[in-house]
Design a protein around this ligand. Structure first.
Ligand SMILES: Cc1ncc(COP(=O)(O)O)c(C=O)c1O
Length: 337
């Protein structure tokens, strides 16, 4: 555990992300949670609030809860489903300490606007980049803030088991994460914080080092396939792909469309042995645990409406062009009937 392979991977992942440091941890949930704890902005159990998106994997909110804070869910943009900066700003209270924006489906959210809001209100920003390996804003790499990654096997950069990492330019912060991932008792924090066992093992690091060498090539493959989908589906009115912002480099982790006939389309494709999925069927603020332990912004409307319309189509770096074309053609057929 935490041997040479892990140290080498940490150096290589930091270099890839354009940051000075990286701390590898056991999974993406820990990467977010330990970042909140190590940044010292959240006092566990104090009622401190952390704003995040209502459309994300539940793990984003679980990480906030595990850090002893209250997740506050905000609305998303209708065309991209990325967190809406205006909703973030409206949700800030005296208790708000941090923002965890999510680079959902592999696309960078409006991090410039969110950073400006954070600066105005003195908040920390921890980017949930679990789905965004290799996605950059305006083609410029680098996390000025803190980036938290998951290496769950289905991610663009996936291990052969669980894994995660935090990247940052603040080397003291990276050092605190490295203490917290191993019990935490040595961490030089203003107040002692309970650490945990969140180590990455050598086998995962070795696999990640090899796969990192192929990440850009695989991401380019995903983007080409997503472009194919965009092209074939662009003529449709009833099925609308989420907008992929050409200004940024999209990691195309998932290819998601919106349609009011979502369940019908899903069944139609299933009948042709085309598997689809829904990421995510219910906004997090409607999940029982988060209704109890979190808070929903008053202005959530888009997430509520759109979550019943989204469908993730088949896409990964090893898909063939003909497979994507067959799926897209089946959708055209569905629309014609
Ligand atoms: C957006 C997002 N955040 C956080 C996580 C949590 O990562 P992990 O499963 O490695 O704990 C995931 C992956 O499941 C995710 O997709």
């Amino acid at each position: 555990m935490l041997g040479n392979e892990v140290s080498c991977f940490e150096a290589e992942w930091a270099a890839y992300c354009g940051t000075l440091g990286c701390a590898a941890v056991a999974n993406g949930t820990d990467a977010i949670c330990l970042s909140l704890l190590a940044s010292g902005v959240v006092t566990p159990g104090n009622g401190d609030e952390v704003i995040t998106s209502s459309i994300s994997a539940g793990y984003t909110a679980l990480a906030i809860l595990q850090a002893g804070a209250v997740p506050v869910f905000v609305d998303v943009d209708r065309e991209t489903l990325l967190v809406d900066p205006a909703s973030v700003e409206r949700s800030i209270t005296q208790l708000t300490k941090a923002i965890v924006p999510v680079h959902l489906y592999g696309q960078i959210c409006d991090i410039d606007a969110i950073s400006a809001i954070a600066l105005r209100h003195g908040l920390s920003v921890i980017e949930d980049a679990a789905q965004a390996h290799g996605a950059w804003r305006n083609e410029s790499s680098g996390f000025d803030r803190i980036g938290a990654f998951s290496f769950y096997p289905t991610k663009n950069l996936g291990a052969c088991g669980d894994g995660g990492a935090v990247v940052s330019n603040d080397m003291e912060f990276i050092q605190r994460i490295k203490c917290l991932r191993q019990g935490g008792h040595q961490a030089a924090l203003a107040q002692p914080i309970t650490g945990r066992n969140s180590r990455l093992d050598e086998i995962q690091a070795a696999v990640l080092r090899i796969k990192l060498g192929r990440l850009d090539e695989w991401n380019q493959g995903r983007s080409r396939l997503a472009d194919n989908y965009d092209q074939i589906l662009s003529s449709l009115e009833g099925v609308e792909p989420l907008k992929r912002n050409p200004r940024d480099r999209h990691a195309d982790h998932l290819y998601v469309v919106k349609t009011r006939r979502r369940n019908e389309l899903r069944a139609f494709l299933q009948n042709r042995s085309i598997e689809t999925a829904v990421h995510y069927p219910v906004p997090l603020n409607h999940e029982p645990l988060f209704m109890l332990e979190g808070r929903a912004a008053a202005d959530i409307t888009v997430a509520d409406e759109v979550s019943s319309q989204i469908l993730s189509l088949p896409l990964n770096s090893h898909s063939f062009d003909w497979e994507i074309e067959a799926v897209a053609q089946a959708i055209l057929e569905f629309e014609r009937q």
